[in-house]
Design a protein around this ligand. Structure first.
Ligand SMILES: CC(=O)[C@@H](O)[C@H](O)C[C@H](N)C(=O)O
Ligand SMILES: O=CC(=O)COP(=O)(O)O
Length: 266
C-alpha cells in the first residue's frame, strides 16, 4: 500500500480521480523527430486542451513543455535507446530522479523489457530508481513491456508477469502493451494492485484507437499512456478529446468519437 503523502499528492497531478490519460513523447530519442514531435509545443498545447492529464518527455525537452502544458502534469522519462543503434532493447539511463525534479517533473518513468537479455540490469535499475524516487516522494511509472526472443509482446500471461514484476520492485503505476481484448487484458489487470495503463503502439484508425481504450477500461485498467496514436494524429486535440471521453466520462466508442467531431466510420 502506498502511504507516502508526496507520492499520493504527485499521483493526483498526473491523473484525474484515479484515471490516467498520459501522452508519452519520449519517442524523439527512440525514433527521431517524427510527425507530431517536430513542433512539440503545438502538440502539447492541443493534447492538454483536449483532456490529457499529463505529458511525458525526456528531460532536455522540459523547457518546451512547461509553457504549453496548460497546467497539466509532467513526467520525465529516465532511460532510452534508438532504433538505429546496436540494440533497441538495451535502454540506458538518461536522467536521475534529481534531474527530473530539477526540470519540474511530477513523476519519473522507466522502460523495462521483461524477457530480454537486458532484463536483469534493467530490473536492478528500476528497483534502485524506485528506492531513490521514494526518498523524494516521487512516483515511478514503470513501462513494463514483454519483449525478447520468442516472446509474444501481446500475450496476456507475459504481460501479467511484466506488470507484476513492476509492482514487486516498487513502481507506483505500470504501463504495458494491450493484449487485444478486454477479457484477456482483465487477467493482466488482476495480476497487480498497481494502476495499469496501456501503450497504444503504432497508430491505427480512430475507431481502432477508441475500441482499444474502451476495451482497456472494460478490463478494469486505469487508463492509457498512449503516444503515437495521439501525437501523430492530424488532429491531436480531437483524438485526445475522444480518448478522454472514454477514460474520464466512461463514454462508449461512438459517443466518444462523435463528441470529438471525429468520423464514426471504421
Ligand atoms: C517506439 C516503440 O516501439 C515503443 O513501444 C517504445 O519502445 C516505447 C518507448 N517508451 C520508447 O519510445 O522508447
Ligand atoms: O513511451 C512510450 C509509450 O508509453 C507508448 O507509446 P506508444 O506510441 O503509444 O506505443
Amino acid at each position: 500500500m502506498n502511504t507516502d503523502v508526496g507520492i499520493s499528492a504527485r499521483l493526483e497531478r498526473i491523473s484525474t480521480g484515479g484515471r490516467y490519460l498520459i501522452v508519452p513523447m519520449d519517442h524523439g530519442v527512440t525514433l527521431g523527430p517524427v510527425k507530431g514531435l517536430v513542433d512539440i509545443e503545438s502538440t502539447i498545447d492541443g493534447i492538454t486542451r483536449g483532456g490529457a492529464d499529463a505529458v511525458l518527455t525526456h528531460k532536455g525537452i522540459a523547457p518546451r513543455v512547461h509553457p504549453n502544458k496548460n497546467g497539466k502534469g509532467y513526467i520525465v522519462h529516465v532511460n532510452g535507446s534508438t532504433v538505429i543503434g546496436p540494440d533497441e532493447s538495451d535502454k540506458r539511463m538518461t536522467a536521475s530522479v534529481e534531474d527530473a525534479l530539477r526540470v519540474g517533473a511530477d513523476a519519473v518513468s522507466f522502460h523495462i523489457n521483461v524477457g530480454s537479455e537486458y532484463e536483469p540490469s534493467q530490473m536492478t535499475q528500476l528497483s534502485e530508481l524506485c528506492s531513490r524516487a521514494a526518498d523524494f516522494g516521487v512516483p515511478v511509472l514503470a513501462m513494463a513491456y514483454a519483449r525478447g526472443p520468442g516472446i509474444d509482446e501481446h500475450d496476456a500471461e507475459s504481460l501479467a508477469h511484466a506488470v507484476r514484476l513492476a509492482e514487486e520492485v516498487g513502481a507506483d503505476v505500470v504501463k504495458t502493451a494491450y493484449s487485444g481484448d478486454a477479457q484477456s487484458f482483465s487477467r493482466v489487470v488482476e495480476a497487480t494492485r498497481l494502476p495499469v495503463v496501456i501503450a497504444g503502439g503504432s497508430r491505427g484508425t480512430d475507431r481502432e484507437t477508441a475500441e482499444m481504450v474502451r476495451g482497456t477500461m472494460d478490463a478494469g485498467a486505469a487508463g492509457v499512456s498512449m503516444g503515437r496514436s495521439i501525437f501523430q494524429h492530424d488532429k491531436p486535440e480531437a483524438i485526445t478529446r475522444a480518448v478522454s471521453a472514454i477514460i474520464h466520462d466512461d463514454a462508449d466508442v461512438d459517443t466518444a468519437l462523435g463528441r470529438a467531431g471525429l468520423s464514426l466510420e471504421v
